[in-house]
Design a protein around this ligand. Structure first.
Ligand code: NDP
Length: 606
């Protein structure tokens, strides 16, 4: 194993040298175009937005009315549907562009797809549906199946419009209703409308010169082409690739999961890397049913609260989840507690974070040396940035895949692929001829909101949501928007903004919305709308707190830190969270919705 030049004695980290290396690696990767380096799949690539899994059923357009329409059939829609039904509101219609429920888990069926957050807290409504997760970190087919289970359990299929994409959402003031228009010619009126349209369904592509000239087969990981590759989402061998030279662009969380499967199937695999991911241990294991049966009713809420508290720096007697996320927080806590002065000032906590991160990243880099046989490949696979600069990855087969003689890491030293040509990919002047090119280039997460929505929402007085949010999102609790009566948003932003377990945010938003709508129906409210003052006060509170999801601007670029560019006002607002952190937000919102006052919201019965 080569000696690591940046460690003093194999134990201690030479912090100065490491920081200099972090800085140098970041500078290599900064691009003036920021997010604009990515392009939307249009023209030849428009098929990347289509549904490869089902043929949309032939049906007549709907012209009817519902009490609540929900746009999006992922976890947000499923949870809102469930909580509305539990609150006694039966007339709920979910409209979803995919052919089934599941959202990102409907689209992402690439081999090896798996959730990096523990199933016990990631899979919603486990107690309600009686499902016992099969393993600690569930694979995608089980998550998709669980989505269907929720939809069946809460009877959400009957009224749903699947394979249906909303094209326009318009408030009709004199009817006191929303008009929802779709690509299937539907015109549905709804008293209330809610949206949970998350970003992980809209693929983005790298704007590499010549990208549209490639004449071989190509697809994006979120629309895996099993008809071409063979195999299936459960990981069956991809026999269609046995005689193929395959390239994959991107080495983020998706590529890390599918590369080991590709390595087993392709004649030759070329992984084009711009920045290596940090690969910590996964350590997955089956869930023991007998142990599961011993859990007391109400366990899931307890586990959610425990994870969120520990993961965001709080203290608890026990770590119920014990995963990579709580481990990061535990290490920081241990460092802070070891301080002989017991000084927990923000500066000392920051230092505790840096110290624990230095150790963790050294461990991660040493693991590369321990697993990967070829010294040059190992060197190129080492991440030189703090663990939370980019999405941390956890995998036990990814690094080992590079020990297969057919698997080649083509490291671009931070520059990215130079060019795509008719018969392959060019890096540093060298052509790699390919039969198939796979884009593991991610989703419209950090990019402009307009690129992600897919439809326009027009509220009171013809004002669109894009106009209202020209300088960034404005809301109360990330849910209610002034000028958009009877409309609700379900997502993490401007609420808890808990990134390590998105479903926790969605669960709380769903419960809140069900409460607000039930109350509105109970008093026969015509409109439910946040006041302009309450919306502004919430935004000011969040801005003053400055808690954003956005990583450190000094990190290596990625969607966590706006590709290393300073955030615009809109970018900042679109990533804000409750100043006191997720556990405090969840306490706050529970109190808000159960107080019966719904402060900031006007219920108009006129
Ligand atoms: P990412 O956006 O994380 O990764 C995109 C990749 O493409 C990066 O490696 C990027 O490099 C690379 N890239 C972009 N342009 C070029 C170029 N010109 N040349 C070479 N490489 C290029 O997408 P993913 O699909 O991997 O992940 C998206 C998100 O989906 C994750 O962060 C995670 O939140 C979620 N996810 C969650 C999972 C789960 O467990 N729940 C599993 C999988 C994904 P660079 O790093 O240099 O920008």
């Amino acid at each position: 194993m080569p000696a690591n030049p940046l460690t003093d004695d194999g134990e201690k980290v030479d912090k100065k040298a490491v920081l200099a290396k972090y800085q140098a690696e970041r500078e290599k990767r900064l691009r003036p175009e920021g997010n604009d380096q990515y392009i939307e799949p249009t023209g030849k690539f428009a098929r990347f937005l289509q549904d490869p899994y089902v043929e949309p059923p032939d049906r007549k357009p709907k012209f009817d009315e519902v009490t609540v329409a929900f746009i999006g059939g992922g976890f947000a829609g499923l949870l809102a549907g469930a909580k509305l039904k539990e609150a006694g509101i039966q007339d709920v219609r979910i409209i979803e562009k995919g052919g089934d429920f599941g959202g990102t888990w409907y689209w992402n069926r690439y081999p090896g797809a798996q959730c990096d957050t523990a199933a016990m807290i990631y899979l919603p409504l486990l107690e309600e549906t009686g499902h016992v997760p099969t393993e600690k970190y569930t694979h995608a087919p089980e998550i998709l199946q669980h989505s269907r289970r929720i939809a069946e359990h809460y009877d959400l299929y009957d009224n749903a419009l699947l394979s249906t994409e909303v094209t326009n959402l318009t408030w009709i003031d004199d009817r006191g209703q929303w008009l929802i228009e779709t690509n299937r010619g539907d015109q549905v009126h709804a008293k209330f409308v809610a949206m949970g349209t998350g970003p992980l369904h809209r693929p983005k592509l790298p704007g590499i010169q010549g990208i549209d000239t490639f004449a071989g087969h190509c697809f994006h990981t979120s629309r895996w082409d099993y008809a071409y590759t063979g195999g299936d989402p459960a990981g069956a061998p991809m026999t269609g690739l046995n005689d193929k030279r395959v390239g994959i662009i991107g080495t983020g969380a998706t590529a890390v999961q599918c590369v080991p499967h590709l390595a087993k199937s392709c004649a030759e695999l070329f992984v084009f890397q711009r920045t290596p991911s940090s690969i910590d241990i996964r350590n997955n294991h089956p869930i023991d049913r007998e142990w599961f049966e011993t859990l007391e009713p109400g366990w899931q809420q307890k586990w959610l609260a425990n994870f969120t508290l520990l993961q965001t720096g709080g203290f608890a007697d026990e770590d119920l989840v014990m995963d990579g996320w709580t481990d990061i927080a535990q290490r920081i806590r241990d460092k802070a507690m070891a301080d002989p002065d017991q000084d927990f000032s923000p500066e000392r906590l920051q230092k505790a974070y840096y110290d624990s991160d230095d150790e963790k990243m050294m461990e991660i880099r040493n693991r590369v040396d321990a697993v990967v046989g070829n010294a040059d490949t190992a060197e190129a696979l080492k991440p030189w940035y703090r663990q939370l600069c980019k999405r941390p990855c956890f995998h036990d087969q990814y690094l080992d895949a590079y020990n297969s003689s057919n698997t080649h890491l083509i490291d671009t030293d931070g520059k990215g692929v130079q060019e795509i040509v008719e018969n392959g990919v060019v890096v540093d002047g060298e052509l790699f001829e390919l039969d198939c090119l796979i884009f593991a280039s991610g989703f419209e997460v950090g990019t402009d909101l307009r690129r992600r929505a897919g439809f326009e929402t027009t509220g009171r007085d013809g004002v669109t949501l894009s106009e209202h949010w020209e300088d960034g999102m404005r809301s109360l609790h990330g849910i209610h928007v002034h000028g958009f009566p009877n409309a609700f948003i379900v997502g993490p932003t401007q609420g808890a903004n808990l990134i390590s377990n998105i479903p926790h945010n969605l669960t709380e938003a769903a419960i809140t919305i069900a409460k607000v709508i039930s109350y509105g129906l109970e008093i026969d409210a015509k409109t439910i709308e946040v006041s302009s003052e309450a919306e502004t006060a919430w935004l000011e509170k969040l801005e003053a707190g400055g808690r954003t999801f956005g990583g450190d601007p000094t990190c290596t670029p990625g969607y966590y830190n706006n590709e290393g560019k300073e955030r615009t006002l809109a970018g900042l607002r679109n990533s804000l969270g409750y100043p006191d952190g997720p556990p405090a937000y969840f306490d706050y919102i529970e109190q808000w919705r159960t107080s019966g006052e719904f402060e900031g919201i006007n219920f108009s019965t006129q």
